[in-house]
Design a protein around this ligand. Sequence first.
Ligand SMILES: Cc1cc2nc3c(=O)[nH]c(=O)nc-3n(C[C@H](O)[C@H](O)[C@H](O)COP(=O)(O)O)c2cc1C
Length: 200
Amino acid sequence: MHETGVPEPLVMAITGASGAPYAVRLLQALVAADRPIWLIVSSHGFRLLHTETGIHSIDALREAVGGPAWDRVVTVYEDRDRGAAPASGSARTSGMVICPCSMGTLAAVAAGTSRSLVERAADVTLKERRPLLLVPRETPLSMIHLENMLRLTRAGAVVMPAAPGFYHKPATVDALVDFMVARILDHLGVPQTLVARWRG
Ligand SMILES: Cc1cc2nc3c(=O)[nH]c(=O)nc-3n(C[C@H](O)[C@H](O)[C@H](O)COP(=O)(O)O)c2cc1C
């Protein structure tokens, strides 16, 4: 939390793994919660947004999330601009979520390569010991994927594979999406009412 009482921005990256609907729903929930967001979309993040949701541009994403509310809290950064605010540890943030996270980006973060703003912002988040949440989707997993996830977990990141449960008996794709987004919001400390908590 900043001295002004306004929460520090959360860096959110959308990369090219299947699961673009998770990103849209998560953005809607964060914007509805009035969380300042620094948004970075990789080129394949856009490709998957288009393929899976029909969203083909930042303007279309803004429309899908809710224009006026978006304008209040979302700042968009170019993935190729490694000099933008999220690239520096001196810019205060509350952490970062990469949703969905491709195995390519996950590997780059595990290796600390920082060749894009997404990768650099994640590297900064780790070095500043801020929360880093990655939501990968891939199956099956190779030894390299598993080792990269272990490395990130040991470095303090939370790896939360997009693996929705079925015990709440989802009747729609939206209900499956909400299941994952609710778990992500829990980890980000954002109150959620998307999915009722399991009471046994
Ligand atoms: C239709 C499509 C689906 C893909 N699905 C996945 C996926 O589920 N998981 C994954 O790790 N990569 C997936 N990829 C591959 C990534 O998009 C690719 O490795 C890309 O270079 C990732 O770049 P980025 O991390 O900068 O977005 C997919 C690619 C396409 C075109």
